[in-house]
Write a protein that binds this ligand. Sequence first.
Ligand code: HAM
Length: 420
Amino acid sequence: MKAPRGTQDLLPGVTEKWQYVEEKLKDLSRRYHYKEIRTPIFEHTELFQRGVGDTTDIVQKEMYTFQDKGDRSITLRPEGTASVVRSFVQHKLYGSPNQPTKLFYIGPMFRYERPQQGRMRQFVQFGIEALGSADPAIDAEVIALAMNAYRDLGLQSLKLVINSLGDQESRENHRQALIDHFSPVKDELCTDCQTRLEQNPLRVLDCKKDHDHQAMATAPSILNYLNESSNEYFEKVKAYLEAMNIPYVVDENLVRGLDYYNHTAFEIMSDAEGFGAITTLSGGGRYNGLVQELGGPETPGIGFALSIERLLMALEAEGIELPIDERLDCYVVALGDEANLKASAIVHELRGAGIQVDRDYQGKKMKAQFKAADRLQARLVLVLGEDELANNQISVKNMETGDQETMSLDDITSYIKEKV
Ligand code: HAM
């Protein structure tokens, strides 16, 4: 049997990389003062229909939706924002005196997409959400955190792309302009886009099939339809980015694939050679209105998410080795029944003292046990031979220097503690 298409097993050797990256992201969140939230992996389907939006590919084509035994429609979460906002409303986090509410999450998401490198059906997102502030400075904070998620790990070839989708009024005006622009060529567009044109014309700009249609290049830019306050907001976000020395490019065609966005939208791409066809590492934006849509009081919000899969791909493309130490602190070599009893007692005691230690369980000869210790890159090898045992002693070989010492068994724990 094999794991389902679009999923993967992470085995030892690889899980260490994941743990390293996840720890880095948690530390990053701590520095920016975002606290962890953990929401369920499945939710009522309606949450994503209302939250992510009925006209998006995610909701229309990509959700893992099923009826549970109680005949409720349940969906494996395709993203984290809708769940975080649901939880924010359900637990009235807006009532806390500490606003904005700054949250982060790490966990699996599920989308029924066509798998390819960097596109999985189960993938892990790290994301943050800041709820309760409409200050452009926090837009810049979210973008800065997103950039530092990569910079902290040593990535260099990054491109930050930003856009503004404006407020309700700006979007309405742009929507009408898009309808006017695409309607004359409607019949030349794919069937999806023909429906999109009626339901949500912004989605046409994001179409993979009609990407090269000549009407795309001349489509009206949202930036020409921003009203004064939306324009001012966008200018302030840019000024904050400049103040933090974060380079960006404005792409007026960046629309994002989820319906809840307005004002700031951004994506971070990898510029690295050989990264692959999909170059987007992460994306996010502002979603004023989503909290209300999900039954809460009017509350602005902004956030972003990245997948660890694509982050690790970017590290590989840039040839960055993570500083992961796989060496073992101690290995205990023993031969014979009595020595084995003693060996178990010693590893038990050392582990209790916080030391990483292992021993042989394959009935190996002395020489093979040394080989195993070598393979596991043990720093110290503890030897319980006949002589040692007879004198209540143990030998310690430092594998890095080759030095060997013999000492009383009673002193071994304090000695090793000091050494490692
Ligand atoms: P998204 O652009 O759909 O946004 O996904 C964010 C990131 O998740 C992508 O840039 C990509 O790194 C990763 N991703 C998405 N789909 C896959 C996949 N099939 N395989 C591997 N990685 C994938 C959101 O999900 C929003 N909730 C982000 C957000 C948070 N906006 C505001 N707050």
